[in-house]
Design a protein around this ligand. Structure first.
Ligand code: HEM
Length: 388
């Protein structure tokens, strides 16, 4: 997509795309404006559902009830209520306490690299790490982690506007039913045995007239599972890919580990997991020389904003030591990614341990196949060989 983005940024930064039936915003400045402007609404579920036939809509009722509770699809004041309920738990200083747990999960997965000389990094590391971390946060038993992972995959094709495969509604709807049942049980179990984990905190947020309902808690757990899984997996995989494609950068990190946090920011900028975020115009308005009509969809191309040469020097170079990095990979404004501190911590620990335990890593998929999707940016496979 980067060639397309480059052309659009130069020639048509506010582009009406007839097949998407929406505007594509590619410059950093416009992206920032849209994400901070309350006239662009995040409540896009209803317009989206209106494109779906009534038969299918009936089938996915449970699913749509869950999605309607997601803070990311809500505007103020409901957005604020849903976000406030768990925002404290995701503050960087709170997330920092998870360091030992994340370290342990990383080491376990790297132990699994022993006795082999190559793995699909996505299968062996990038996917399972965030699933295990989030399961620990929720207090979910180990034997159910695989279920969580399956559910979030099945939900994804629906939420991420993936090209319609005939069964995507059935899979997403079944996953939503299973998740609702499972997280209701998790909440009940935590009521019986109170624990100081994320589920415990969410239960506290349910107290009082302003508190969350049980359905809202369940939906929030599903959102956190979903929002925190594939995105973090793609950060790890896309990031490792570009490190390996730029051997000087990996050598620089091996010599100087304090470069890792900056390198993670560069990974987020260079090939961020969230390709676009969508908004709906709530009134007719003018942006640059575009007349945007009420109800029209606007796709903010985060990964294009990330290569805007008016903001980033040499935007197409992967530089782990960029002194400042104003990427928008986590979005901007009131919906700025709640899980950013967690994703950053996971990635920093993961790359630090990866470099320590694998003194040699080689890319065996020089031209990986990327998923053809609008919302996310991820690869199908990333085979690496290594010496341990
Ligand atoms: C929102 C990206 C990891 C939870 C967002 C948004 C982006 C994003 C772009 C804004 C969406 C919008 O404006 O419409 C990412 C990336 C991640 C990541 C690139 C990993 C590298 C996580 C993790 C969690 C999480 C680990 C939690 C466990 C959320 C939540 C929201 C959100 C709850 C909604 C916030 C709101 O609406 O106020 N994320 N995310 N994310 N993210 Fe993340």
């Amino acid at each position: 997509p980067h060639n397309v983005y480059r052309r659009l940024r130069a020639e048509e930064p506010l582009h009406w795309n007839p097949s998407l039936k929406g505007w594509v915003i590619t410059r950093h400045a416009d992206a920032s404006l849209v994400l901070k402007d309350p006239r662009f609404s995040a409540a896009k579920l209803d317009p989206f559902l209106s494109h779906i036939g009534p038969d299918t809509r009936g089938k996915i009722e449970r699913l749509t009830a869950v999605l309607a509770d997601w803070m990311v699809f809500n505007d103020p004041p409901r957005h604020e209520k849903l976000r406030k309920a768990i925002a404290k738990y995701f503050l960087p200083q709170e997330i920092a306490r998870l360091h030992p747990m994340i370290m342990q999960r990383v080491e376990e997965l790297l132990d699994g690299f022993r006795g082999r000389d190559r793995v699909d990094f996505i299968e062996a590391f990038a996917f399972p790490l965030p699933a295990r971390v989030i399961s620990d946060l929720f207090g979910v038993p180990r034997e159910r982690v695989e279920d969580l992972r399956k559910w979030s995959e099945n939900l994804k094709d629906f939420v991420a506007l993936a090209r319609a495969t005939p069964d995507k509604y059935d899979r997403a709807s079944a996953a939503a039913n299973d998740m609702v049942t499972f997280f209701r049980e998790t909440l009940h179990d935590h009521r019986r045995n109170p624990r100081d984990d994320l589920t415990g905190r969410l239960l506290e947020a349910g107290i009082g007239p302003e508190g969350l309902s049980e359905d809202e808690m369940v939906s929030t757990l599903i959102l956190l599972l979903f929002a925190g899984h594939e995105t973090t997996a793609s950060l790890l995989a896309n990031g490792l890919y570009w490190l390996l494609r730029n051997p000087a950068s990996i050598e620089a990190l091996r010599r100087n580990r304090s470069l890792i946090p900056g390198a993670v920011e560069e990974m987020l900028r260079y090939e961020g997991p969230a390709q676009t975020v969508t908004r709906i115009a709530t009134e007719d308005l003018r942006l640059g020389d575009a007349d945007i009509r009420r109800g029209q969809r606007v796709f903010v191309a985060l990964n294009s904003a990330a290569r805007d040469s008016t903001v980033f020097a040499d935007p197409d170079l992967f530089k782990v030591d960029r002194p400042v990095n104003r990427h928008v990979a986590f979005g901007l404004g009131i919906h700025f990614c709640l899980g950013a501190p967690l994703a950053r911590l996971e990635a920093r620990i993961a790359f630090d341990r990866l470099l320590s335990r694998l003194p040699e890593i080689r890319l065996e998929t020089p031209q990986p196949e990327w998923h053809d999707e609008l919302v996310t940016r991820s690869m199908r496979q990333l085979v690496i060989s290594y010496v341990m």
